[in-house]
Design a protein around this ligand. Structure first.
Ligand SMILES: *Cc1c(COP(=O)(O)O)cnc(C)c1O
Length: 430
């Protein structure tokens, strides 16, 4: 650790506190056992049909299709959108061939990779400061620059709903469809309605660190029977109705296992318990860190109810010590009264707790270095001073990545453990 701060007197946590690990309740085993006993050890069975019914009823949509991962759900959602907009793909081409798609920029790469799977080109839309999600002003700007775009992929980061009404209004105005990535926000609401129901095509995830988990898994959510049937067909190798294996379309092996579905079936009744635990963690951090030059990840308190999946903090500009990040390594100079994400992450890790940097924006990723990036003031790539404009960061995503971090947000963390983490963060600013 590079830090020169004084951590004396703080005892390291005996058991590691993770960023967000699975929290099991016992019923999961019952449904796994049921799959075993009935020999439905495959991609069909009661667990799958049950969780599809329950998840659809919970979010308030008509159909849910259980898939192997949130990424699979996003891929098929994106493919459906491509097919609707541009017609059926040839066997050797994706549905988005030659077309641009506007995408959330500060997100996990699984949100946007499906555009590449379908041979499209992601154009990244900068982030706003109020919810850390896609900026509707930058989105409108993007339509001015690329008026032909017909698809927008929007994620709700860390369980916080984005500016859904504004984004929908911009998309409606330009006749664009929406793929909603609610992988991190299952259970969060906007104006009383569940995320995962606002897009034309919607995806959630049951990955091991999400608000509830199947160890892996995801779902496609929709009100369209036709779309649900299509996704189910694509996810099971696109078999036609024939006595032999007959194929008119490219297929995928994306269906969920009935064993995984058993885990999710055991977890679903605890979704709201998990949200309450995560909310308590968020509020404890907020209270415990209120005297420091930091703020918590913000949300729209009037219109939205996050699921508080991850608690994050943002360091005030003038409380940042000097720091640079190369492609693979960070460097910082420890400074009295100031700190930075790397110093805090190293310090809490030394005391046995796991944090994480903010998702590094997609426009900063080597793999997407040639893709366009649009900020609220225009083409972010074209500005020689894209990041800093008269002392104001105009590339919001880069700024949040530089000054922000995800705090240990595990459901099972005790208040005493959290107090240790809060104390270590205080020492970082001494
Ligand atoms: C986790 C996640 C995904 C992918 O879900 P998997 O189930 O891991 O494939 C997609 N988008 C975002 C924003 C995520 O956090």
């Amino acid at each position: 650790m590079n830090s020169t701060k004084d951590f004396s007197g703080i005892k390291p946590l005996e058991k590691r506190v993770y960023l967000s690990s699975p929290t099991m309740h016992g019923d999961e085993m019952k449904y796994i056992q049921e799959a075993y006993d009935t020999n439905w050890m495959t991609t069909a069975g009661t667990n799958i049909t049950e969780i599809e019914k329950q998840a659809a009823a919970y979010v308030g949509c008509k159909y849910a299709v259980a898939l192997s991962a949130g990424t699979a759900a996003l891929h098929l959602a994106t493919k459906l959108a491509g097919e609707k907009l541009y017609g059926m793909a040839k066997p050797n081409q994706g549905t988005l061939q030659g077309h641009k798609v506007f995408c959330s920029d500060m997100t996990f790469d699984a949100s946007v990779n499906p555009v590449a799977y379908e041979d499209g080109e992601a154009v990244f839309i900068d982030t706003e400061r109020d919810t850390w999600n896609m900026d509707p002003v930058a989105l409108e700007k993007a339509f001015e620059i690329y008026p032909d775009v017909k698809l927008v992929i929007v994620a709700h980061l860390y369980g916080t709903p984005g500016k859904i009404d504004e984004i929908k209004a911009v998309c409606d105005k330009h006749g664009a469809l929406i793929v909603e990535d609610a992988a991190e926000s299952f259970g969060a609401t906007y104006k009383g309605r569940q995320t995962g129901t606002f897009g034309d095509y919607n995806a959630i995830s049951f990955n091991g660190n999400k608000i509830i988990t199947g160890s892996s898994g995801g779902m496609f959510l929709t009100d369209s029977l036709k779309d649900a049937d299509k996704v189910r067909k694509w996810s099971t190798q696109s078999r036609e109705d024939a006595p032999w294996y007959q194929h008119e379309e490219i297929g995928y092996n994306y269906r969920m296992s009935n064993v995984i579905a058993g885990v999710i079936r055991g977890q679903l009744p605890y979704l709201e318990t998990h949200i309450a635990q995560k909310k308590a963690i968020y509020e404890r951090y907020k209270e415990g860190l209120k005297d420091l030059p930091v703020t918590m990840n913000p949300f729209d308190e009037t219109n939205s109810q996050p699921n508080y999946w991850l608690s994050c903090l943002l360091i005030d500009k003038d409380a940042m010590c000097q720091t640079v990040r190369g492609e693979n390594k960070p460097l910082y100079i420890s400074e009295k009264g100031k700190s930075c994400p790397t110093e805090i992450l190293e310090a809490i890790s030394a005391f046995n707790a796991e944090g994480r940097p903010i998702w590094k924006p997609m426009h900063m990723q080597p793999i997407y270095r040639m893709n366009s990036f649009i900020t609220a003031s225009g083409n972010g790539r074209a500005q020689s001073n894209a990041y800093i404009d008269e002392g104001e960061a105009v590339d919001v995503g880069a700024d949040i990545f530089e000054r922000g971090l995800c705090l240990p947000s595990d459901n099972k963390m005790t208040p005493e453990q959290q107090d240790v983490i809060i104390e270590v963060i205080h020492r970082c600013f001494q």
